[in-house]
Design a protein around this ligand. Structure first.
Ligand code: PMT
Length: 222
């Protein structure tokens, strides 16, 4: 392991999209590939942490040295994360969780209508907010994927959801956000400082983020 700070620490990482079922053939989802979250999970494990990876459906191979949990919907992810939460030291929520799901899931395939079709949607549980409310000893790190006013929205989520740190991801920039192998993020900390990372691979983002997490772990242990 590269460092002893995370050695034997229990780290939970969420990654990937969620799928929200509409009928037996259709679902709502988003563009998350899981690459960002898997890179964080792998790097934490390389640093000696016991890593739980809770992931929505992806096409990529989970890292070998983590405990892998595959989930489908936001509700599945919520239940899995809450089941692990008490025993965790660090939680990193990089998954792109659906904010809404279809209010009714049809047992039968929805047939083509002559006119437009409206689908009623309801809110899913905000996993990160619930973790913030129930936080005890854990360090809680959120993500914020924003296409405008990154700093404003990221700082707002940091405070409102009782986080220790938030990774602001400006998904409007070329080379940043969903799908690709690179990202551009700003890490906002609870003490008001921030760290702007230029374009770099998701693996390098993971490494920088884990350096910041190690600093927080050390502070927490003082
Ligand atoms: O997977 P990749 O293709 O590599 O892409 C990486 C990424 C763009 C998905 C990633 O870098 C990222 O930004 N992840 C967060 C995506 C997101 O859903 O952001 P948000 O601003 O909508 O959500 C804010 C935070 O709340 C996130 O930590 C999210 O996990 C969490 N959340 C959201 C909704 C919900 N119901 N429960 C949650 O916990």
């Amino acid at each position: 392991p590269k460092s002893s700070v995370l050695a034997e620490k229990k780290v939970l990482v969420t990654a990937g999209p969620t799928q929200e079922k509409l009928d037996p053939v259709r679902y709502l989802t988003n563009h998350s590939s899981g690459k960002m979250g898997y890179a964080i999970a792998e790097e934490a494990a390389n640093r000696g942490a016991h890593v739980i990876l809770v992931s929505g459906p992806t096409n990529i191979q989970p890292p070998a040295n983590v405990t892998f949990n595959q989930v489908t919907s936001a509700e599945d992810m919520f239940e899995k994360v809450m089941a692990y939460y008490n025993e965790m030291d660090v939680v990193v929520k990089s998954a792109a969780v659906a904010d809404y799901r279809p209010k009714r899931v049809s047992d039968q395939k929805i047939k083509k209508q002559p006119n437009d079709l409206a689908i009623e949607m309801e809110r899913t549980t905000d996993i990160l907010k619930t973790l913030g409310e129930q936080k005890k000893h854990q360090l809680l790190i959120g993500f914020a994927a924003e296409s405008e006013q990154l700093e404003f929205y990221a700082q707002d989520k940091l405070k409102r959801k009782n986080l220790d740190m938030i990774v602001g991801n400006n998904i409007a920039l070329a080379g940043a956000g969903f799908q690709g192998d690179t990202n551009i993020v700003t890490i906002f900390k609870k003490d008001g400082t921030s760290l702007l990372l230029p374009l770099m691979s998701k693996k390098e983002v993971a490494s920088n983020l884990l350096n910041e997490i190690e600093l927080l772990v050390k502070e927490n242990e003082k």
